[in-house]
Design a protein around this ligand. Structure first.
Ligand code: 5GP
Ligand code: ZN
Length: 114
């Protein structure tokens, strides 16, 4: 997807602050952090929203969650806690239409979320 921001990051055309990378996913620091630690785990494959996820993506979504766990552990948040979020479509506030998993940590999280 040539007009997709996260595809451009995956392709290396835009260089974000990369926290983790493997053949399945890229993890970057969010440009507008909502917590002291805020990362986005992005699949290398373009999948627009959670609604577009199919059984063929089971490994990909698993790798995304594993990368989130790895990030939390590596940055020292595993024991105290952290939050993972996928916003899907308009009412959830999705703004970038390439699937991504938010990893937020470093402060107490509220529930219910806003
Ligand atoms: P969404 O609202 O779609 O769930 O999340 C999109 C996220 O991407 C937002 O938290 C936003 O701050 C982040 N974002 C948007 N543009 C950029 C960018 O150019 N670089 C980085 N690192 N993050 C971005
Ligand atoms: Zn994309």
């Amino acid at each position: 997807m040539s007009d997709c921001l996260f595809c451009k990051m995956v392709a290396g055309d835009i260089q974000p602050d990369i926290l983790y990378s493997d053949e399945h996913v890229l993890a970057i620091r969010d440009i507008n952090p909502q917590a002291p630690f805020h990362a986005l785990v992005i699949p290398r494959e373009h999948i627009a929203t959670l609604n577009d996820l199919g059984p063929q993506h089971a490994d990909t979504i698993g790798r995304m969650v594993l990368a989130a766990r790895q990030l939390a552990q590596a940055h020292g948040f595993a024991a105290d806690g952290y939050r993972t979020v996928i916003n899907c479509n308009r009412l959830a506030g999705q703004t970038v239409y390439h699937l991504h998993l938010h990893v937020l940590a470093g402060r107490a999280m509220h529930w219910p979320p806003g």
